[in-house]
Design a binder for this molecule. Structure first.
Ligand code: AMP
Length: 355
């Protein structure tokens, strides 16, 4: 893509959750339309998108019509079936590209890629059965975490091993899925950096945020993260290296562990990221607009932060706090319009502006 997408063009989005919703709002602000493809009924993005296709990812006719109706396609989650992407890509470009998606879909491929470009990851080993789990434990040691290679999110598909005695039960938790054993990192804090790259090769990063999880789900992101300037620079440099190597176009979230030996990359997400929601109220150009700008071939916003912010997810019944939160000053509320409240379900988030 060499020419910027003109006003009135349509961006296809695979997935109609809250990320697709916030991408659609950002696109509309830039005079662009979105067309959401989502198997589920009444997805959050449907309230704000120009068009919605409700069909499963194996419906070739629906995918073909969708791809023909848009100028390019992006996605809000990484577990999209390869066959669906093949159908779409024969008709219209997909950003971020297939290599980025393939790399992040598989924890083993992801770790090997990150290591190949000189970045530090947790010690790891491929696990397919009980025999090589024993070998993996011998090389990685314990404590360790066994993770499914594919389809894990919010800490799902993971089992912790305190000692080699936990091997059998951890393997049973994988239910036969290929897995990777990771050495347990004794980190001081978790941070993430949200980075963007456009087709011209411009890269812009946001300030790293400090993440706190509860029950495996992101609870808060605080900016600025309490890290020295040198680590902030390291985070920017490693993110730029990942994006440039992948010839990436769009926004990426890079999750990092802070350790006395420096930054260790936990995982990459080839999309806008929950830990980047603070940018909506902390920056002139937020991660959603930045992603749209990048894939549309527009100049990137610079990513600088004008305020300190704490983002807090509203999970399940937390959403009942909204009337009280609405009375607070400097508290921006972002709700996803989900009809049903469920335990563990992300219903919205708030950005508290600190200064
Ligand atoms: P993940 O799904 O890989 O992002 O893991 C979810 C959470 O588990 C992370 O945010 C960390 O808090 C923790 N975790 C994952 N991998 C490791 C590891 N190798 N060492 C220590 N903690 C980890």
């Amino acid at each position: 893509m060499t020419n910027p997408l003109p006003t009135g063009a349509t961006i296809g989005i695979l997935g109609g959750g809250q990320l697709g919703r916030m991408l659609s709002v950002a696109a509309a602000r830039l005079g662009l339309r979105t067309h959401v493809f989502e198997p589920g009924s009444t997805p959050p993005a449907a309230d704000v998108a120009h068009a919605v296709t409700t069909a499963p990812y194996d419906d070739v006719a629906a995918l073909t019509a969708f791809a023909n109706a848009v100028d390019l396609v992006t996605y809000e989650f990484e577990n999209i079936p390869t066959e669906a992407l093949d159908v779409i890509e024969a008709i219209t470009p997909i950003h971020p590209n297939r290599r980025a998606l393939g790399t992040s879909q598989d924890r083993l491929v992801e770790k090997e890629f990150l290591q190949s470009i000189g970045l530090t990851v947790a010690p790891f080993a491929d696990v397919t059965d009980a025999a090589n789990l024993d070998a993996a434990i011998a090389s990685v040691g314990t404590p360790a975490i066994l993770k499914t290679r594919r389809f894990g999110y919010d800490g799902k598909g993971q089992a912790r091993l305190k000692s080699p005695d936990d091997a059998a039960s951890a393997l049973a938790d994988m239910a036969g899925a290929p897995a990777v054993l990771e050495g347990f990192i004794d980190f001081s804090i978790e941070i993430s950096i949200i980075a963007a790259r456009n087709p011209q090769g411009e890269v812009a990063c946001y300030d790293p945020g400090e993440n706190v999880h509860r029950d495996g789900i992101l609870h808060t992101t605080t900016v600025p993260a309490k890290i020295p300037a040198s680590l902030r620079t390291d985070a920017v440099l490693l993110a730029a290296k990942i994006l440039n190597t992948l010839d990436y176009v769009g926004v990426m979230g890079v999750e990092l562990f802070v350790t006395p030996r420096g930054l260790i990359v936990n995982e990459i997400a080839p999309r806008v990221h929950n830990s980047g929601h603070w940018t909506q109220n902390g920056c002139a150009v937020d991660q959603f607009e930045q992603h749209i700008r990048a894939i549309a071939g527009w100049p990137l916003g610079d990513g600088s932060r004008h305020s300190d912010v704490v983002m807090e997810n509203l999970i399940g019944d937390d959403v009942n706090r909204v009337p009280a939160l609405a009375r607070e000053t400097n508290c921006a509320i972002h709700l996803y319009g989900k009809e049903e409240t469920k335990a563990g379900r992300k219903m919205g988030h708030i950005n508290r502006i600190l200064s």
